[in-house]
Design a protein around this ligand. Sequence first.
Ligand SMILES: Nc1ncnc2c1ncn2[C@@H]1O[C@H](COP(=O)(O)OP(=O)(O)OP(=O)(O)O)[C@@H](O)[C@H]1O
Length: 659
Amino acid sequence: MSLFLVNRYLGEEDDGSASKESRSQALLAKLQQKAKEKQKQSVTEQRQHVPEEKSEWQDVTKKRKADKDHSQEHQHQKKRKSEQDSDGHDEAVEEKNKKKKKKKKDQSGGSVKGLADTGETGRDEQKDAGGEVEKAETENDTSKQTTGKTSAPTGFTVLGGFENKPIQKVHRVLPQWLAQPDVIHRDIKSNLVPVSDIPGLSAQLVKKIQSNGIQHLFPVQAEVIPAILESAQQGLLIGRGGYKPRDICVSAPTGSGKTLAFVIPVIQVLTERVVCEVRALAVLPTKELAQQVCKVFTSYTEGTSLKVVMLAGQKTFAAEQASLSEHRGGMRRSLADIVVATPGRLVDHINKNSGFCLEHLRFLIIDEADRMIDSMHQSWLSQVVKAVYRSGSGPEAISIFRRTEPAYVTAASLSPPQMPLQKLLFSATLTQNPEKLQQLGLHQPRLFSSIRSQSNTTPAAPTQKQDRFDFPQGLTEYYVPCTLSKKPLLILHFILRLKLSPILCFTNSRETAHRLYLLVQLFGGVQAAEFSSRLSPGERKKTLKEFEQGKIQLLISTDAAARGIDVNGVKCVVNYDAPQYIRTYIHRIGRTARAGKAGLAFTFLLGVQEKNFLQMVVEAGSPGIQKQIVKPENLKGMEARYEQTLQELANAIKDEKAK
Ligand SMILES: Nc1ncnc2c1ncn2[C@@H]1O[C@H](COP(=O)(O)OP(=O)(O)OP(=O)(O)O)[C@@H](O)[C@H]1O
């Protein structure tokens, strides 16, 4: 029953269902409207063409229908009344109903009589004269029944009518910080900023950056580095003006240099520390990414006293424990300033390693933030926050190091000031869904984004069903229409004929990746490797290194390598299987065209996939995906060998299974 209808924005994932509901409502209304129109039309036609006798019958039938409606309503009222009686409802309403009932009774009395007079003959006549009318009536009745079902009273007094209004689409109204971000230039090449021009950057770090071969910073770095440095202007212990600094969210395309945007300022702030404690924690979704970020931190802390430790299960738990802290003379001593971790291993250390202390944490970096929000069910964030504010509960918590979980700001809560914990979020596909972002408990967040959102008062475009993202400038997207059986031939054609290697090729499952790998191996002439959870972490690391060194022409991977992996020199990405989600697509194709370079992305599409996939890509804000047709005659030369290879593949798979 729709006594109270609260239209609520359900986020992009739920959007579909909400619009589905309103669509079906709209469809129903449309059908009813159509039926009414048909009814009217045929009545008019009958008036014009049917002899007077028939017209009379029509009138009688119309009357009969009206009478039927009245008597239905009458029964309905009666039922409602008895329900009200038993429920002991408001007397005033009851009185009103009685009056209504009386009035209707008067009307229906006459009608019932009229109905009895019409007889069967009339009904037959009506059928002949206006089949259309009957049909329209039936449609109308059916829809009425359906409506009745959804809004049938269940013992409540229904105020107001039953008009079947379509549910209004609820437009997204973003909070100010999401709607009006600090804009980052999209074009990397024409917006480079000399390293020495970055405000607040120490001379020592400028030198370090330059010695690492970087003379200019990318737009995201030029915007975000000064912002983070500014928030720590007063040192580690308090924010600007004694207040907690604002959390920072960054949404910038793949390969735009987000890693250095947090590595550089965090290192600069931490170099001021006196005692070694864990003050920065970077959390990443996979081992490979943790390894990659750890490598960047290590290279920029070289020559300083800062220590970086990785907790990603690469080493044994005991080895990781030993690298985090040591006990001397009954005192715990931290051996890490910066920890780079995956959520699972991090939680293990919080719970099982008494030497792992997060009470001095100043920066919590959440890279691939949208993915990390999705893994929030692991409750890693709440465990980190609990570990950070652990010291605030003890009686000794009276110094500036005192930390209590942020709550209402009162004079008492601000005195003495406490060391802030600042969250730094990074992603190429950061969600704009405030409900999702809320899970992170952000403090007065500030967003840096290369996407200019619509104003917070203007509703999103009616066609916008999902978040829009920014695509790398140097990227050219293609889709290749194909059939399932031609896909392996196409990939061989890309390498052997079009010489597009090195190619990073994505499949939707590790089984497909393995089969394709075996097939390419059996076909011969291509240096191929696979990258999936079939391989051990050590093997995966080795494979990536060889791919980067150019020893592998075709790397066939699952989505294990889709996010964040930075492999230099990938010219071309091929979606052997079309990705199901736009975020997956953006991260996959973002393995090429990095750091302002050019790159190609091809997606093999089956006929049935084309429409939906192209719509998804266009709605996400793609600058344009072009059709690339590979003519069958171009594949002809390879077909015989391919057929033979397929047979060999069947045997190879049998052998594998037997083993
Ligand atoms: N200022 C710079 N000058 C030259 N190269 C840079 C600069 N900043 C970053 N790079 C290089 O650009 C590449 C991409 O950087 P990075 O991995 O940080 O991108 P990202 O934005 O994190 O991408 P993703 O969203 O895919 O994780 C890296 O190889 C990095 O070394």
